[in-house]
Design a protein around this ligand. Structure first.
Ligand SMILES: CC(C)(COP(=O)(O)OP(=O)(O)OC[C@H]1O[C@@H](n2cnc3c(N)ncnc32)[C@H](O)[C@@H]1OP(=O)(O)O)[C@@H](O)C(=O)NCCC(=O)NCCS
Length: 234
């Protein structure tokens, strides 16, 4: 029978760091991702997300997460895509790191968002997974800018950003779940990136690149962005 990866090549993408595996969540992985989220992602007193999905009643959390995963897959085009990468640590799903772009061929800019189940916060795993997608974006996709944002009170998210070399990129006030929130924008470039001292291992890149760019496209290809370019530069 035809393998799913030959129909949906992004399912063959895998990023490996010293402690984590990041790969697109398949339908079989959704229950584990829902269990990780249901175990608690943040202090219930303050919601770090622009859409307060973690506050949904237990019976709605799973269907909502599944709909979001399916929507991101189904609506992805070369001009506007979001890749939802599940995070595996010691063979368990512990969270999600997303990376997305609009008009990537022109802007060469990605944006990211992430969450981890609360029981594993504060061990450097959030930094490791964000470093993984920054390395993938810069060294493999040819991105020139990586952007992120967080509520200005979100010390953990902004701590990850600071630690990796993101620069502050202005604040804006947004309505999150009907509440006004001051949001800190941050921006990383290859020049400011504090690269980790480990090497990112990537499998399935070429097929993923073709899916994301819609063919050969203007993106850098494997000849220029093979494993050697993922070596730390600084
Ligand atoms: C944001 C999140 C992914 C960060 O992951 P984490 O594993 O907890 O963070 P790390 O342990 O990797 O910390 C990375 C850096 O931030 C710092 N940091 C982490 N939590 C911090 C806190 N509460 N206050 C201050 N600094 C903090 C760490 O000291 C570390 O800096 P260092 O490398 O200079 O030592 C995680 O906390 C999370 O899932 N939070 C809830 C969801 C969320 O807020 N998502 C982001 C929405 S924008």
């Amino acid at each position: 029978m035809t393998a799913l990866t030959s129909i949906w090549p992004l399912f063959g993408l895998q990023l490996t760091t010293p402690r984590l595996v990041l790969r697109p969540l398949t339908d079989d992985d959704i229950p584990a991702a829902v269990a990780a989220a249901a175990s608690g992602v943040h202090d219930p007193a303050r919601n770090p997300f622009s859409t307060p999905w973690t506050e949904l009643p237990a019976a709605e959390l799973g269907p909502n997460m599944a709909r979001w995963y399916w929507r991101c897959r189904g609506q992805a085009t070369p001009d506007d895509w979001t890749l939802l990468l599940g995070i595996w640590h010691e063979n368990e799903v512990i969270g999600c790191q997303d990376i997305g772009a609009k008009d990537f061929a022109t802007l060469k800019t990605v944006s990211t968002g992430s969450w981890l189940r609360q029981s594993v916060h504060g061990r450097g795993l959030g930094k490791e997974m964000r470093a993984a997608v920054a390395l993938y974006a810069f060294d493999w996709l040819g991105a020139e800018v990586a952007e992120s944002e967080a509520a200005s009170w979100n010390a953990a998210s902004l701590g990850v950003s600071r630690s990796l070399g993101y620069e502050l990129n202005g604040t804006t006030r947004m309505a999150w779940g009907g509440k006004a929130v001051d949001v800190q924008k941050v921006r990383l470039t290859p020049a400011t990136f504090k690269r980790p001292d480990w090497t990112l291992h990537v499998n399935g890149h070429e097929a993923a690149r073709r899916s994301l760019s819609g063919g050969e496209g203007p993106w850098p290809d494997e000849r220029n962005h093979g494993p050697s370019s993922a070596e730390p530069r600084a």
